[in-house]
Structures are given as C-alpha cells and as structure tokens.
Design a protein around this ligand. Sequence first.
Ligand SMILES: *Cc1c(COP(=O)(O)O)cnc(C)c1O
Length: 474
Amino acid sequence: MKKRSWAEPWKIKMVEPLRMTSRAERERALAEAGYNTFLLRSEDVYIDLLTDSGTSAMSDRQWSALMLGDESYAGSRNYYDLEQAMSDVYGFAEFIPTHQGRGAEFLLSQLMIKPGQFVPGNMYFTTTRYHQELAGGQFVDVIIDEAHNPTSTFPFKGNVCLKKLQHLIDEQGTDKIAYLSLETNVNMAGGQPCSMENIKATCELCHQHDIPVFLDATRCVENAWFIKQREAGWNDRSVVEIVRDICNLTDGCTMSGKKDSLVNTGGFLAVNDIKLAEEARNLLVCHEGLHTYGGMAGRDMAAMAVGMHESIEEDHIRSRVGQVQYLGEKLMDAGIPIVQPIGGHGVYLDAAAFLDHLPRDEFPAQTLAAALYLDCGLRTMERGAVSAGRDAEGHNIFPKLELVRLTIPRRVYTQAHMDVTAESVLAVWEHRRAVTGLRMTYEPVRLRFFQAFFSPLVGCTVLPVDTSPEVVAN
Ligand SMILES: *Cc1c(COP(=O)(O)O)cnc(C)c1O
C-alpha cells in the first residue's frame, strides 16, 4: 500500500502574524546582537527555532484552564490537579512544583551533592551541570561514545556506557558519587533516546552500589515514543506506560514543563523518598515559594496539568516527532550533514562538517547560526564550543560535537514553515565556501553562550553573498 501523508492533529484557532525582514535589516539586527542569536530581538526573527523551551502553543483546553486559576496563596486547587497529573503520568510519590526545570535542579543538587563528590551523567546539560558545580560537585560524562559521533546511526545514542560508569565507581568508590543524573532524549546529543534495556541495566548497576538515580525527565515522553518505535517488545505498549516504566526504575526526577508538558513556564521535582521531599520543601520556601505553588501562579499549574495529559496522547507525540523527522529528512536528502538518527525535538546541523574550512577557534557553529539568520531571518542556536565554555584551567573546551540546533517548538509551525527552513539551510549550504568565521569580543564567565559578543573576522559579515529569498526568488 502507498504510504499516506499525515497532518498536524490540530487546526488553528488564533494566529500570530510573522514579519519578513530585508537583508539590510537583518545585517543591522545581527550586528547589534553581537552575532549571537540569543541576543536578537524576537520581532526581528521570521521563523524562530532557537529552542523548544517554553515556546509551545497551548491548546484551547489549556487556555480555558488558565481561567480556572486558583490564586490562593496556600492549597490552590491547581496544585492538587497538577500533583495528580504528575502521579498519573510519571508516578512518583512526592511532588514539588518549581518555577521551571532549573529550580528543581537547584533543590536536587543542593540536597544531594556534598562538595568534592562526582555526578555522573549521560552528557551534560548547561543548567544541570552549573547547579552541580554550584553545589561543589563535579560532572562526569558517562554517555556511550556513539553519542559524540554525529554520523553514527546507533538508535539509542542517549545510552549510558556501563563500562565508564563502572570505572568511575571502581576508581572513586561509591561514597564519592552523589547520584547518577540520567537524561532521557539527551538534549545536547541531539535529542537522542536511551533504550529501556539500558535504563534498566544502568539503574540496576547504580542501585547495587546504593547510588541513587535521578532522571532529567524533561523529554521523557519523546524518549518513550522512540522506545515504542525502535526497541523490540515495546511497540504495543502505550507511551504513558513506557514513561511510567522508566520513572519506576529511578528514584526521582527533575522536570522542565516547558518542553514535554506544553506550557510556557513551569517545572517540578518529584521523588519517592519522603525525607528528601521534606528537605526539598524546606529549601523551596526560601527560593521558589510555598510548597503548593513553587514558583508558579495557580493558572500556570492549571495549564500544565492539562498539557501533561495532552503530551502523552499518541496523535500528538507522533506528529511532534514526525515534524522533526520531516525537516531532518529534507535536509538529509539534500546532502546536508546532520546528526543521525534525527532526534526528537530538533535537527542538529554538523557545523564542523558544514563549514569544514573554518578552524574550531573561529566557532563554525556560531558562524553558521549567524549565516542562517542572514539568509531569511531563521533563528537557530549554537551547541558547540561556545556552549561548552572553558575547563578548570581556563582553556576553551572544543567538544567533539560542533552543532547548530534547529529546534522545533511544539504545535507552533506548519509543514510549510519546515519547507522554508529547509530551503534556507540549503541556500547557505550552496554558498558555504564564502562564509567567514567569528572572533569572540566579549565573554561572560558563566554560560557564556547566552550573552557573548562576536565580530566577523573578515569584512563586516559572515555571509558576503546575498541569498535572501526576495532576491533569489523566481
Ligand atoms: C530545558 C532543560 C532543563 C532546564 O529547564 P528550564 O525549564 O529551562 O529551567 C534541564 N534539562 C534539560 C535536558 C533541558 O532541556
């Protein structure tokens, strides 16, 4: 039978106009932003693929839920609804709301890490590692080697390398290990999933040594979808059953509701240990708010409770991941180097291969993100040396992966936007040899990628050719 098309499982009820800019406007905006896409004003952006964090479109049911916000200081009804939703989907015993994911990361790191301890994890995430370091811990990468190879097509590149983990345990002893930080659908690896088999084996190994496992459940639903699609024996299980099975193996999770849960803000910490939950609630009052709202308004908790249930609907998750695959396949068919397999929340361009004439200290990924913006106003994000920062001795870290992330917000853009995006990448690809690199002119000490400034090394732009669609159009 002929393969049939799929369409987004929603129709549009309200629209937000987009504005196309001219090449001259984009050049000015990019220079003002120090060639850093984080510093662009969103009104100067045409298609915004900077991040899928907090950028999702809410459903009519979520917008209705906002009106049912119970803004009581204590004991808001929405808190109990959200606690119930967390219990239905993730299944942990204790629920602690926070303003977003990093609020939960702060609580967990402060309570679980003693200075000098190690925190192994399957690749770092920016805020996660920052909080671990702030608490005196040291992150150790225990992801499998395939994750660092953009051309490996291994289906579960998020997996923990049990050998690396065992080695750390043997070398340092269990007392020196605070916990294992296990991320599902690993963001920095390109939205790559862990297999259920690996999650099971990893948790078993940790628990044999009394090392707790805390999940970064930010994209656990997307991971569950990949397990259903790719791992033998899971195809007839529902996504929510798989999410529950993953969570059941671990001791708790931090969660950014701004991703899977389809809200613009929110997050939580969930654990099974009642004593840890009590300590977290004590700390919560100081940093986030009372334990029945964390950092969220009642209405935000209401929208998140609805979003959490919507996130596990199979139609939704199929089209969410399907849209990312659609864009990724278009780019692959055109011969553009991307991280394979295509991930769950975005397509990652291999900037080191795309701009292989630029040395790493000219920041190929930062440069490519700037060039993509100049083409038609597409905003993407650098995930390479700028994001990786400096090591303890102050040297630039040059990670194996030098990527530009095209992150797809949930339920925001249509297939036509994906076509325009692919054409934009292709236009820069065709003129890639003309692209020149960047030099960093201002560097913040922490998480430098957010606020660093750059300037072109040659001339006054990284993309001397005008590839704008208004110029090249037929
Ligand atoms: C976004 C994210 C976080 C942090 O969550 P915020 O809501 O942005 O604070 C943590 N881990 C991963 C994997 C993320 O993608």
